[in-house]
Ligand binder design. Structure first.
Ligand code: C2O
Ligand code: CU
Length: 471
């Protein structure tokens, strides 16, 4: 179903959803993106190490303002890693360290969090652990975890939301020997795709209005509005990442055909999951294979969104099948062996609430406080966390925990789809939903980390809390 913005507001009012009626939704301009599929989708460049040793790849990144052509021919200010919107892709390999020196060339604080990385507290880019303007900071990533599509982004408290919105995000693709033996599509046929929304001013510049879900009516893919991507008639692996601040997606192909999902946030699924719909809330990743050999040359397949979709947010991008190509890749029926679920010894409950009237987000009734530890966990303990979205105005949330991965046990008492049963670090929690997750806190490190809603406007307004893992 495709709703215009007006119909959606009417539906929202009828359903008593003040979520749709925030003060900022009044002064709408018409969307400025015009016809879809006018520009090619860029693939973010792979960052080259500044130096390599026997054990480590060293990188340098500048956190800097730059100009990017979001709309063709109109360079506009953005905030970037190395001038790129989105940032360059870092390739890493399990067992080999990555060390990234970040130079903050902004006139305000920034920092960098490796989302999904198993890293020590000092290297996590926690909200209060920031890089002062004009200084540098080195982050060490041991890469002692399984292959996964990770990403890096700013996390400086109260600034992260606008920083990420304006461009401080990039892919971090971690491979390992097991994954490399699987013969999945690789090289030019393994493509990262970052999907987000934005509000564009008539001059093509990014408008950041806090918590303004309905104002962000332009879909950007790898930084360009509703692009096309020319593909060969063979299998591709797409690393789908929801890089939006607030918008959850439900993705499908215009042909009605299936994706083969092979991975989620923190690695490969046990077995491929064939599905026509990929749900993706902010920060979630889905690795999917799409086989274009089933289409005659000349076929155009649109990647579509069906969740909160209006006339400008339904079409995400288009794949144009333009040439034949050999294909030796395959999709094994067994992809990975996941760790057994441990019996939990503790159950905790968390409620997520965003109060738009107060512009305040809370977990269990409390906004983020750097001086308060909200949850203390014993290293090695297995715990069930029961997370409930208590917004009554229709606002979605999701839930991300740093350091650990977790398994989704159930959603409102029902088992999750197979695509959600792998290793996760972010899970969506739609209005009225209760999601139960299970994790064992044995991810090499003790210390203080955070958990939060990854709708970054929400976390920046307090929907975040602190976790301490003690020996
Ligand atoms: Cu994507 Cu707290 O992180
Ligand atoms: Cu939220």
């Amino acid at each position: 179903m495709v709703l215009t913005r007006r119909q959606m507001l009417q539906a929202a009012v009828a359903a008593g959803m003040p979520f749709a009626m925030g003060a900022s939704s009044v002064k709408r301009r018409p969307p400025t993106s015009s016809t879809p599929f006018q520009v090619p989708m860029p693939i973010p460049a792979v960052l080259r190490p500044s130096h390599r040793s026997a054990t480590t790849d060293y990188y340098d990144l500048d956190i800097q303002t730059a100009r990017a052509e979001i709309l063709r021919g109109r360079p506009v200010p953005v905030i970037t890693f190395n001038g790129k919107f989105p940032g360059p892709t870092i390739h890493a390999h399990a067992g080999r360290r990555t060390i990234v020196r970040q130079h903050n060339k902004l006139s305000e604080e920034a920092n960098v969090h490796l989302h999904g990385g198993v890293v020590s507290q000092d290297n996590d880019g926690l909200p209060m652990d920031v890089i002062a303007p004009g200084t540098s900071r080195t982050y060490v990533y041991p890469n002692s975890q399984v292959a996964a599509s990770l990403w890096y982004h700013d996390h400086a408290h109260h600034l992260e939301s606008e920083h990420v919105y304006r461009g401080l995000a990039g892919f971090y693709l971690l491979s390992d020997a097991h994954e490399q033996r699987l013969s999945l599509p690789e090289g030019p046929y393994d493509v990262p795709i970052m999907i987000r929304d934005a509000e564009l001013a008539p001059d093509g510049s990014l408008v950041y209005d806090e918590d303004d879900f309905f104002g962000r009516t332009t879909i950007l893919v790898n930084g360009k509005p509703q692009p096309y991507f020319r593909v060969a008639a063979r299998k591709y692996r797409f690393r789908l990442l929801n890089g939006a601040n607030l918008r959850p997606f439900e993705l499908n192909l215009s042909t009605g055909d299936e994706f083969v999902q092979i991975g989620s946030d923190r690695g490969l699924l046990e077995t491929p999951w064939r599905t026509t719909m990929i749900p993706l809330s902010p920060a979630e990743r889905a690795d999917v294979i799409v086989d274009f050999s089933r289409y005659p040359l000349g076929t155009q397949v649109v990647l579509r969104n069906s969740l909160f979709a209006t006339d400008t947010t339904t079409d995400v991008m288009r794949f144009d099948v333009v040439r034949p190509a050999p294909d030796r890749s395959r999709i094994p029926e067994r992809l990975a062996t996941l760790p057994l679920l441990q019996a939990p010894s503790v159950t905790r409950k968390f409620t997520l609430l965003m109060d738009p009237a107060q512009m305040m987000g809370t977990i269990n009734g409390k906004p983020f406080d750097m001086n308060r530890i909200d949850t203390v966990v014993k290293y090695g303990a297995s715990e069930v966390w029961e997370i409930t979205n208590i917004n009554t105005d229709g606002a979605p949330h999701n839930f991300h925990v740093h350091l650990v991965d977790f398994r989704v046990l159930d959603i409102n008492g029902r088992p999750p789809d197979p695509g959600q049963t792998g290793l996760k670090d972010t899970v969506r929690v739609m209005p009225g939903e209760t999601v139960r997750i299970l994790t064992t806190f044995d991810f090499q490190y003790t210390g203080t980390y955070v958990y939060h809603c990854h709708m970054m406007d929400h976390s920046s307004m307090g929907l975040m809390a602190q976790l301490r893992i003690d020996k």
